[in-house]
Design a protein around this ligand. Structure first.
Ligand SMILES: Nc1nc2c(ncn2[C@@H]2O[C@H](COP(=O)(O)OP(=O)(O)O)[C@@H](O)[C@H]2O)c(=O)[nH]1
Ligand SMILES: [Mg+2]
Length: 207
Protein backbone atom coordinates (compact mmCIF):
# COMPACT_ATOMS: atom_id res chain seq x y z
CA UNK A 1 0.00 0.00 0.00
CA UNK A 2 1.25 3.41 -0.88
CA UNK A 3 -0.02 6.98 -0.93
CA UNK A 4 0.76 8.56 -4.27
CA UNK A 5 -0.84 11.95 -3.94
CA UNK A 6 -1.13 14.30 -0.99
CA UNK A 7 -1.79 17.99 -1.10
CA UNK A 8 -2.51 20.75 1.36
CA UNK A 9 -6.08 21.98 1.03
CA UNK A 10 -6.89 24.30 3.87
CA UNK A 11 -5.84 25.49 7.28
CA UNK A 12 -8.65 26.24 9.65
CA UNK A 13 -8.30 28.48 12.67
CA UNK A 14 -10.74 27.83 15.46
CA UNK A 15 -13.91 25.88 15.02
CA UNK A 16 -15.14 27.53 11.80
CA UNK A 17 -15.06 26.24 8.25
CA UNK A 18 -14.17 22.66 8.97
CA UNK A 19 -13.68 20.81 5.75
CA UNK A 20 -16.64 18.49 5.62
CA UNK A 21 -17.69 16.58 2.52
CA UNK A 22 -18.19 12.89 1.86
CA UNK A 23 -14.55 12.03 2.48
CA UNK A 24 -13.58 10.59 5.86
CA UNK A 25 -11.08 12.32 8.12
CA UNK A 26 -8.01 10.55 9.40
CA UNK A 27 -7.10 12.72 12.36
CA UNK A 28 -3.61 12.98 13.84
CA UNK A 29 -3.12 14.18 17.38
CA UNK A 30 -0.27 14.24 19.82
CA UNK A 31 1.79 16.36 22.12
CA UNK A 32 4.19 18.85 20.54
CA UNK A 33 7.44 17.32 19.41
CA UNK A 34 6.30 13.68 19.34
CA UNK A 35 6.94 13.77 15.60
CA UNK A 36 3.44 14.34 14.27
CA UNK A 37 4.60 16.33 11.24
CA UNK A 38 7.37 13.84 10.55
CA UNK A 39 4.98 10.88 10.74
CA UNK A 40 2.52 12.44 8.29
CA UNK A 41 5.32 13.35 5.89
CA UNK A 42 6.67 9.82 6.04
CA UNK A 43 3.23 8.31 5.36
CA UNK A 44 2.66 10.49 2.29
CA UNK A 45 6.22 10.15 1.00
CA UNK A 46 6.89 13.85 1.03
CA UNK A 47 9.61 15.35 3.10
CA UNK A 48 7.97 18.72 3.50
CA UNK A 49 4.22 18.45 3.05
CA UNK A 50 3.73 19.27 6.71
CA UNK A 51 6.20 21.79 7.93
CA UNK A 52 8.11 20.50 10.86
CA UNK A 53 7.77 23.73 12.68
CA UNK A 54 8.31 24.85 16.21
CA UNK A 55 6.49 28.14 15.67
CA UNK A 56 3.52 28.09 18.03
CA UNK A 57 1.37 30.20 15.69
CA UNK A 58 1.44 27.53 13.01
CA UNK A 59 0.39 24.84 15.39
CA UNK A 60 -2.93 26.50 16.14
CA UNK A 61 -4.52 25.59 12.85
CA UNK A 62 -6.34 22.45 11.86
CA UNK A 63 -4.69 21.55 8.56
CA UNK A 64 -6.38 19.43 5.91
CA UNK A 65 -4.47 17.37 3.37
CA UNK A 66 -6.27 15.55 0.58
CA UNK A 67 -4.94 12.02 0.29
CA UNK A 68 -5.27 10.18 -3.03
CA UNK A 69 -8.57 12.02 -3.63
CA UNK A 70 -10.35 9.79 -1.15
CA UNK A 71 -9.83 11.04 2.39
CA UNK A 72 -8.32 13.86 4.41
CA UNK A 73 -5.40 13.65 6.74
CA UNK A 74 -6.22 16.16 9.43
CA UNK A 75 -3.30 17.60 11.33
CA UNK A 76 -4.58 18.92 14.63
CA UNK A 77 -2.59 21.39 16.69
CA UNK A 78 0.22 19.88 18.71
CA UNK A 79 -0.61 19.98 22.36
CA UNK A 80 1.62 21.19 25.17
CA UNK A 81 4.03 23.47 23.33
CA UNK A 82 6.17 24.84 26.13
CA UNK A 83 6.45 28.42 24.95
CA UNK A 84 2.80 29.36 24.78
CA UNK A 85 0.78 30.68 27.66
CA UNK A 86 -1.40 28.49 29.78
CA UNK A 87 -4.45 30.32 28.47
CA UNK A 88 -3.56 29.66 24.84
CA UNK A 89 -2.72 26.08 25.60
CA UNK A 90 -6.12 25.61 27.20
CA UNK A 91 -7.72 27.13 24.09
CA UNK A 92 -5.91 24.60 21.91
CA UNK A 93 -6.95 21.75 24.17
CA UNK A 94 -10.57 22.86 23.85
CA UNK A 95 -10.29 23.15 20.06
CA UNK A 96 -8.93 19.61 19.83
CA UNK A 97 -11.66 18.27 22.09
CA UNK A 98 -14.30 20.17 20.13
CA UNK A 99 -13.11 18.59 16.89
CA UNK A 100 -13.67 15.13 18.34
CA UNK A 101 -16.84 15.63 20.34
CA UNK A 102 -18.90 18.11 18.30
CA UNK A 103 -19.94 15.42 15.84
CA UNK A 104 -19.25 17.78 12.93
CA UNK A 105 -16.18 16.01 11.59
CA UNK A 106 -16.69 12.68 9.80
CA UNK A 107 -13.82 10.96 11.55
CA UNK A 108 -12.83 7.61 10.06
CA UNK A 109 -9.90 7.07 12.36
CA UNK A 110 -7.98 8.96 15.01
CA UNK A 111 -4.24 8.42 15.28
CA UNK A 112 -2.77 9.30 18.65
CA UNK A 113 0.97 9.75 18.32
CA UNK A 114 3.20 9.32 21.34
CA UNK A 115 6.94 9.25 21.85
CA UNK A 116 7.80 5.57 22.33
CA UNK A 117 10.36 6.43 24.97
CA UNK A 118 8.20 8.83 26.98
CA UNK A 119 5.08 6.66 26.75
CA UNK A 120 1.61 7.93 27.60
CA UNK A 121 1.19 11.34 29.19
CA UNK A 122 -1.83 13.03 30.76
CA UNK A 123 -2.96 14.60 27.49
CA UNK A 124 -2.83 11.20 25.76
CA UNK A 125 -4.88 9.64 28.53
CA UNK A 126 -7.45 12.39 28.31
CA UNK A 127 -7.66 11.97 24.53
CA UNK A 128 -8.06 8.21 24.79
CA UNK A 129 -10.85 8.71 27.29
CA UNK A 130 -12.66 11.04 24.90
CA UNK A 131 -12.16 8.82 21.86
CA UNK A 132 -13.44 5.82 23.78
CA UNK A 133 -16.42 7.70 25.19
CA UNK A 134 -17.45 9.00 21.75
CA UNK A 135 -16.85 5.67 20.00
CA UNK A 136 -14.23 7.06 17.65
CA UNK A 137 -12.00 4.28 16.32
CA UNK A 138 -8.37 5.00 17.06
CA UNK A 139 -4.86 3.63 16.97
CA UNK A 140 -1.80 4.60 18.98
CA UNK A 141 1.40 5.33 17.10
CA UNK A 142 4.57 4.92 19.16
CA UNK A 143 7.12 7.02 17.24
CA UNK A 144 10.90 7.42 17.48
CA UNK A 145 11.57 3.73 18.08
CA UNK A 146 15.02 4.29 16.55
CA UNK A 147 15.97 5.96 19.82
CA UNK A 148 15.44 2.80 21.88
CA UNK A 149 17.31 -0.47 22.01
CA UNK A 150 15.37 -3.74 21.63
CA UNK A 151 15.00 -4.30 25.32
CA UNK A 152 13.78 -0.83 26.19
CA UNK A 153 11.52 -0.71 23.17
CA UNK A 154 9.89 -3.96 24.22
CA UNK A 155 9.47 -2.70 27.76
CA UNK A 156 7.96 0.54 26.59
CA UNK A 157 5.53 -1.07 24.15
CA UNK A 158 4.36 -3.55 26.75
CA UNK A 159 3.68 -0.78 29.21
CA UNK A 160 1.77 1.32 26.65
CA UNK A 161 -0.30 -1.68 25.56
CA UNK A 162 -1.03 -2.65 29.15
CA UNK A 163 -2.37 0.76 29.93
CA UNK A 164 -4.57 1.19 26.87
CA UNK A 165 -5.88 -2.37 26.78
CA UNK A 166 -5.84 -5.04 24.11
CA UNK A 167 -8.56 -3.64 21.87
CA UNK A 168 -6.50 -0.67 20.71
CA UNK A 169 -3.65 -1.36 18.33
CA UNK A 170 -0.22 0.14 18.99
CA UNK A 171 2.03 0.68 15.99
CA UNK A 172 5.73 1.09 16.72
CA UNK A 173 7.36 3.26 14.07
CA UNK A 174 10.25 5.52 13.26
CA UNK A 175 9.38 8.50 11.11
CA UNK A 176 13.10 8.94 10.75
CA UNK A 177 13.91 5.55 9.23
CA UNK A 178 10.48 4.61 7.88
CA UNK A 179 10.44 1.48 10.01
CA UNK A 180 6.88 0.23 10.62
CA UNK A 181 5.31 2.30 7.84
CA UNK A 182 3.58 -0.50 5.89
CA UNK A 183 1.83 -1.98 8.91
CA UNK A 184 0.79 1.44 10.11
CA UNK A 185 -0.76 2.42 6.77
CA UNK A 186 -2.83 -0.76 6.76
CA UNK A 187 -3.83 -0.17 10.37
CA UNK A 188 -4.89 3.40 9.70
CA UNK A 189 -7.19 2.50 6.81
CA UNK A 190 -8.54 -0.73 8.28
CA UNK A 191 -12.29 -0.45 8.79
CA UNK A 192 -12.54 3.05 7.30
CA UNK A 193 -15.25 3.29 4.68
CA UNK A 194 -15.07 5.56 1.66
CA UNK A 195 -18.74 5.90 0.70
CA UNK A 196 -18.52 7.85 -2.55
CA UNK A 197 -15.48 6.25 -4.09
CA UNK A 198 -15.79 2.49 -3.92
CA UNK A 199 -13.03 1.79 -6.42
CA UNK A 200 -10.64 3.99 -4.44
CA UNK A 201 -11.62 2.03 -1.36
CA UNK A 202 -10.46 -1.18 -3.03
CA UNK A 203 -7.24 0.41 -4.05
CA UNK A 204 -6.35 1.85 -0.73
CA UNK A 205 -7.06 -1.20 1.38
CA UNK A 206 -5.33 -3.60 -0.97
CA UNK A 207 -2.39 -5.40 0.63
N1 LIG B 1 15.08 10.09 16.25
C1 LIG B 1 13.90 10.45 15.74
N2 LIG B 1 13.55 11.74 15.72
C2 LIG B 1 12.34 12.07 15.21
C3 LIG B 1 11.45 11.09 14.71
N3 LIG B 1 10.33 11.73 14.29
C4 LIG B 1 10.52 13.04 14.52
N4 LIG B 1 11.73 13.26 15.07
C5 LIG B 1 12.30 14.56 15.47
O1 LIG B 1 11.51 15.11 16.52
C6 LIG B 1 11.41 16.52 16.40
C7 LIG B 1 9.95 16.95 16.33
O2 LIG B 1 9.41 16.45 15.12
P1 LIG B 1 8.09 17.11 14.47
O3 LIG B 1 7.69 16.22 13.35
O4 LIG B 1 8.30 18.54 14.18
O5 LIG B 1 7.11 16.96 15.72
P2 LIG B 1 5.66 17.57 15.99
O6 LIG B 1 5.87 18.78 16.83
O7 LIG B 1 4.94 16.51 16.74
O8 LIG B 1 5.02 17.86 14.66
C8 LIG B 1 12.21 16.90 15.15
O9 LIG B 1 13.50 17.28 15.54
C9 LIG B 1 12.26 15.59 14.35
O10 LIG B 1 13.38 15.50 13.53
C10 LIG B 1 11.86 9.71 14.74
O11 LIG B 1 11.17 8.77 14.33
N5 LIG B 1 13.09 9.45 15.27
MG1 LIG C 1 4.27 19.59 13.88
Amino acid sequence: MNITNAKFIRGVVGSHNLLVDEKPHIAFIGRSNVGKSSVINMLVNQRKLVKSSSTPGKTQQINFFLIDECCYFVDLPGYGYAKISRKRREKLRKLILWYFVSGEAPIGKACLIVDAKAGLRDFDREMMGVLTEYDIPFVVIANKIDKLNQKNLHRSLVSIQEEIGDWVEVFPISAKSGNGKEKLLKGIFRGVSFPEVEEMDDEIVRD
